[in-house]
Ligand binder design. Structure first.
Ligand code: 13P
Length: 339
């Protein structure tokens, strides 16, 4: 493990004014997202869609990195350049999702376990040779009647820590993503408790496995009301609950926290991040974004697989990236949406 390389890459992923685009939807997920807006999912439509995103002029101003799905690593833009090279030419660091998605947690109804540790060391070697510099692994924690259980939190925390150790041994920065889902009618307090338990177990496991904290990033959910809850916490409440939770659980050695959007609207995801950066000064870590849906929803709806829509889709994508870039230092305001 080269600690210096890891620390440098981790810091390069969270510079002022920049965040990460997660474009690493698995076949199943991209299929669902495409279907919802009427795009057929084929190898070429996925390639063309991601080419549209990555060739957007000026994204390097707002994005430090992009997380890719394995398939994209081998794909080329229409001008013959590998998509990974397109990103590098934009000054954006390519990374890759390395988990193999979730399975039902055995004997634990409604809970999930993330698989992918077998063979991971070999794949990491290939990814690094292909040019990836960082990686991501997502664990999923569900709130409900009697869940999350200790067993589910522990099993996923262990897998996250082992993954992070494998990644660091290959000089690839791990993005550790334990996602407490927004699905359900739970209160913000219940999300706070589940997030607390999840982050505590995750950092215990990371320490046990000697993961170098200065050479990793955390990708958590925000502490937020369940999607179907009657009472929805306001922007400042979400910001306060989230930062207070992170202050209890995330060591100052971790250089950055890059939130997932997790089903928030794109506006909410921007407002929440902005409020955290506006309300708190001198936090030990950078507070940034690693959004998939909150950056891609609108451009995907506009693009719908038509070459003629590329320019408008790219304009909207750049705008969303710029809004989140402003949220990095709390300087975003809703007036900027119209501009
Ligand atoms: P969302 O921002 O859509 O939650 O996706 C982030 C991600 O990478 C999930 O693994």
């Amino acid at each position: 493990m080269n600690a210096e390389v890891l620390e440098r890459t981790a810091r390069e992923l969270v510079p002022a004014g920049k965040g990460i685009l997660a474009a690493d939807e698995s076949m199943g997920t991209i299929g669902k997202r495409f279907e919802a807006v009427g795009i057929e999912s084929t190898e070429d439509s996925r390639r063309a869609y991601r080419e549209m995103l990555f060739t957007t002029e000026g994204i390097g101003e707002y994005l430090s990195g992009v997380i890719l799905f394995e398939e994209t690593l081998g794909q080329k833009a229409s001008d013959g350049r590998p998509l990974l090279k397109v990103l590098e030419d934009q000054g954006v660091i390519p990374g890759i999702k390395v988990d193999k998605s979730t399975v039902s947690m055995p004997l634990h109804p409604n809970e999930k376990y993330t698989q992918g540790l077998d063979g991971l060391a070999d794949s990491l070697e290939e990814y690094r040779e292909a040019g990836a510099r960082f990686t991501k692994w997502r664990a999923v924690i569900t709130i409900g009647e009697g869940i999350p259980t200790h067993a589910c939190i522990e099993a996923n925390a262990r897998a996250l820590a082992l993954y992070a150790a494998f990644a660091q041994e290959h000089d690839l920065v791990p993005i550790v993503e334990p996602e407490v889902l927004i699905d359900g009618d739970h209160t913000i307090e219940q999300c706070d408790e589940a997030t607390n338990r999840t982050l505590m177990a995750t950092f215990d496991a990371l320490r046990e496995h000697d993961v170098h904290l200065k050479g990793m990033l955390l990708k958590p959910n925000m502490v937020i009301s369940g999607k179907d809850a009657q009472n929805q916490a306001g922007v400042e409440e979400v910001a306060r609950y989230t930062v207070e939770n992170l202050l209890r659980n995330v060591p100052a050695a971790v250089p950055g926290i890059v939130f997932l959007s997790g089903g928030q609207t794109d506006l909410q995801a921007t407002q929440h991040l902005n409020a955290m950066n506006r309300m708190y000064d001198g936090l030990p870590w950078q507070l940034s974004f690693s959004y998939a849906r909150a950056l891609q929803q609108k451009p995907m709806e506009i693009w719908v697989g038509e070459e003629g829509n590329v320019e408008e889709a790219q304009r909207v994508f750049r705008h969303r990236a710029r809004m989140n870039s402003a949220a990095r230092d709390g300087s975003y305001s809703e007036d900027m949406e119209a501009a």
